[in-house]
Design a protein around this ligand. Structure first.
Ligand code: DC
Length: 196
């Protein structure tokens, strides 16, 4: 049975960096599920049809990382039929040997509730805004407002809202270096690997 690491958390909490590092460390496949929603939102038109027709080349668009693409993704992600159209792809990805790391908002709660490791990565609003501003070359105050708006929408929607699974390990990266955050995540996975 493949080993699954589910990583959830709000925008710019560090979950993508941790997910990439874990996939490299353990030799697992990695899927940034936010890209599926960003690519669906960026296609425009009917979001349900866009999600149903999503193709690998849609995920390679260069404009998916922008704040605008994040907002569009967050809006279409609240539509249950959009989420439903993306489930099978995520399940197939998670079924790959020897294991997979998926990061997003609902991986531990909805997509992979049986994951052997669930991490819920958080950081203070100010730290997250500063990180995103540095990454995108944007104004921190604008990023703070953008992140708060997106987190509110993502956590208050009825369909698969952002929240920690009951059995998730919460990792607060506000005061951690990237290296320390990654070591703690690796330690949490090592504990779970010893019991399989
Ligand atoms: O992780 P990200 O910032 O790239 O995600 C962009 C948006 O996509 C996020 O605001 C909400 C949505 N999303 C989601 O609803 N479920 C996921 N598993 C991943 C992302």
């Amino acid at each position: 049975m493949p080993f699954i690491i589910a990583i959830d958390g709000p925008a710019a909490s560090g979950k993508g960096t941790i997910a990439r590092a874990l996939s490299q460390h353990f030799g697992f496949h990695h899927l940034d599920t936010g890209l599926l929603y960003r690519a669906t939102g960026a296609k425009g038109g009917d979001a349900v049809a866009a999600a149903q027709a999503l193709a690998p080349e849609d995920l390679a668009r260069p404009d998916l990382r922008s704040a605008e693409a994040g907002q569009a993704a967050s809006r279409i992600a609240a539509i249950p039929e959009v989420r439903a159209a993306l489930v099978e792809f995520q399940h197939r990805f998670a079924a790959q040997e020897p294991g997979a790391v998926l990061d997003g908002r609902d991986i531990g709660t909805v997509i992979c509730p049986g994951a052997q490791v669930k991490l819920y990565v958080v950081a203070s609003d100010e730290v997250r805004a500063a990180r995103r501003a540095a990454e995108l070359g944007e104004d921190p105050a604008r990023m703070l407002a953008e992140l708060r708006e997106r987190d509110l929408r993502d956590s208050q929607r009825a369909a698969a809202p952002l929240r920690p699974a009951a059995d998730a390990v919460v990792l607060d990266t506000s005061d951690l270096s990237i290296a320390d955050a990654i070591s703690r995540a690796i330690a949490a996975v090592d504990v779970a690997l010893r019991t399989v």
